[in-house]
Design a protein around this ligand. Structure first.
Ligand SMILES: Nc1ncnc2c1ncn2[C@@H]1O[C@H](COP(=O)(O)OS(=O)(=O)O)[C@@H](OP(=O)(O)O)[C@H]1O
Length: 581
């Protein structure tokens, strides 16, 4: 969340006062800060402040608590930066051929739109940039191509060589590099960097133009831990950017630092050299080329079922990924009961379907993806599949399954529960409310037998579609048992889409392997970079009484053959003659 302007103003005023009292601290030369100091949350390294030492009204005149012996700052080397200074010294304000000029950069470098930083008036010369997951590293023309007139004959890569050499790294390890020019009177409030890249990279600062009226504070997990860093032109230092930091330019001059991030072992998936005149848009977590806009299909995935098998959780877990974007609604039901009859053209159908997503926004963020999670699609395969193939044939399909016996009880409990709005209850249907679980089961078996869908203890696949046609599509209280016949429902899907289009997971696997492992498989399937979700809570969960042993046995018998077909069909383990859900 953005810091309110009043808070920034207050921090700036306090910084002006602090300048008079705080002695600059020269970070000792401790070498590179080990990356595991960044992986462990800083709060475990620096205990949260107690009442006595805490002062949320930063900056404080209280002495900060002593820092544990874990470096947040380290001096790396000193270099002669005069050639760099010569090159970038001029034109912070308005000269049209200045390297800082957005217009000049737009023509000769790459235009990067960074909504938050642009608002503070920070000027930049961008050289190398990457997305938050260090998947794609973009090298910009100003970095390795000869600079345009009047800078002809120079390249930043050459001019910056002494810094790279002093750090003892290969140039290819640099994943972000830019000059940032902080205008006079500007404060970047106390913050710490977050995102996947932080733990994988070293953050280096090289002061290029600075003066004693700049207050640069850094260190620790709380504002009171921060120290005033002595930023001397040409002194290269590393800072742990997971620690708190802030800067206030209380001087009347621009303050310029070269800021670079480099990785150790991590290898980005792609290094993309950019050409002059290209545009990239950076949001908080993604960075995308304008020429890639609208290249990610919408939606990228469907969660088609089964109902009560953890579909809501899977959708919510995927959407915790910084590149996973929710739709306007989770269950669109577009392909079953909201289908618009009469539209023959695919263009028109897609236009209507896109209204369920933030399609216009997604176009300019091709790293991001969205999905439709409608568990009844699995049930209504005969009508849904041709529609999906017509509207979004590219889609990836996630199927969540669950022991059908437990699924049935969860379904019954949902339909008969009194929670939810009147509209939700109507959609669920009320016709089971007065009946026991056992009664619903027996009545349904009778009904299925009468139409030939269930015969001699087995489901008769040929009768499935005919049976479903007699059920109200937009009501939940029907087909309690059929919904657990996963093989019956899955087969048409598997016949129409490629094997690689499917991710089939068991809800039981979430319990067995852990939720993160299951979700990580989904991220990989969707080609999303690995990410640790922050909320593993079960969604759509209810507590209720279980079923009797007799009922469980009866249901297990009903599903025995179906389960076996499913496990054989998917190549899942069958232990002895029993499937292991
Ligand atoms: N992570 C995890 N581990 C174990 N169980 C989980 C998990 N996430 C969801 N659930 C259970 O899934 C049930 C809800 O499934 P759905 O969200 O698919 O239901 S719905 O079809 O959208 O109504 C619901 O089951 P019941 O509580 O038995 O009704 C949830 O508790």
């Amino acid at each position: 969340m953005a810091t309110p302007p009043e808070e920034i103003e207050r921090q700036h005023a306090a910084a002006t006062e602090l300048l008079k009292t705080l002695t600059p601290f020269v970070p000792p030369s401790n070498g590179a800060i080990p990356l595991n100091f960044k992986t462990a949350p800083l709060t475990s390294l620096y205990p949260p402040p107690t009442d006595e030492n805490s002062n949320s009204n930063l900056p404080s005149n209280l002495p900060p608590p002593p820092l544990p012996p874990i470096p947040c700052l380290s001096t790396m080397a000193e270099v002669d930066i005069s050639p760099i200074k010569d090159l970038i010294s001029h034109g912070h304000n308005s000269e049209s051929k200045s390297l800082w000029s957005p217009e000049f950069a737009k023509k000769h470098n790459v235009e990067i739109m960074r909504p938050s930083h642009d608002a503070w008036g920070i000027k930049k010369i961008m050289l190398v940039f990457c997305d938050d997951f260090l998947q794609r590293v973009y090298t910009l023309p100003f970095y390795d191509k000869p600079l345009p007139a009047p800078y002809t004959g120079k390249t930043f890569k050459k001019v910056l060589e002494p810094i790279i050499t002093a750090l003892g790294i290969k140039p290819s390890k640099v994943v972000r590099m830019l000059f940032a020019s902080l205008p006079p009177g500007v404060t970047i409030p106390v913050h710490h960097d977050t995102g996947e890249w932080v733990n994988k990279s070293h953050r280096i600062h090289v002061p290029i133009i600075t003066n004693p009226e700049v207050l640069f504070l850094c260190g620790g997990s709380h504002p009171t831990h921060m120290k005033r860093v002595s930023a001397t032109e040409g002194r290269i230092f590393e800072m742990n950017n997971q620690s708190k930091h802030a800067v206030s330019n209380c001087s009347g001059l621009h303050r310029v630092h070269l800021i670079l991030d480099y990785v150790e072992s991590h290898t980005p998936k792609r290094i993309i050299p950019l050409n002059p005149g290209e545009t990239i848009l950076q949001t908080r977590r993604s960075i995308d080329l304008k020429s890639d806009y609208d290249k990610t299909p919408c939606p990228k995935y469907l969660i088609i079922g089964a109902q009560k098998a953890g579909t809501t959780s899977m959708y919510e877990y995927i959407c915790q990924h910084p590149w996973g974007v929710k739709g306007r609604r989770r269950e669109t039901h577009f392909f079953d009961w909201r289908w618009v009859e009469g539209f023959k053209s695919v263009v028109k159908l897609r236009e209507v379907y896109m209204k369920y997503f933030y399609y216009e926004d997604l176009k300019s963020h091709p790293s991001c993806l969205t999905g439709d999670s409608t568990p009844s699609y699995l049930l209504h395969s005969d009508i849904v599949i041709p529609r999906v193939k017509q509207v979004c044939p590219w889609v990836k399909i996630i199927v969540m399954l669950r022991n059908p016996v437990d699924r049935a009880l969860s379904h019954y409990r949902m339909v008969t529960s009194e929670d939810g709005t009147e509209a939700q209850k109507m959609v669920r249907g009320r016709n089971w409310v007065e009946k026991s679980f056992e009664q619903v089961i027996e009545e349904e078996i009778e009904e299925m037998e009468s139409v030939g869908l269930f015969k001699e203890g087995k489901f008769v696949y040929e009768k499935y579609e005919e049976y479903l046609r007699t059920r109200p599509m937009n009501t939940g209280s029907h087909s309690l048992l059929v919904r657990g016949c996963y093989w019956l429902q899955l087969q048409p899907w598997l016949a129409e889409f490629k094997k690689s289009d499917f991710l089939i997971e068991r809800m039981e696997d979430m319990k067995r392997d852990g939720i993160q492992s299951t979700v990580s498989r989904a991220f990989e399937f969707l080609e999303l970079p690995e990410y640790k979700i922050f909320d593993e809570g079960k969604k759509n969960s209810r507590s209720y009484d279980g079923m009797s042993e007799a009922t469980r046995e009866r249901l297990e018998k009903i599903y025995e053959e179906e389960d076996r077909k499913l496990f054989e069909g998917l190549g899942w383990d069958i232990v002895g003659d029993k499937v292991a859900w």
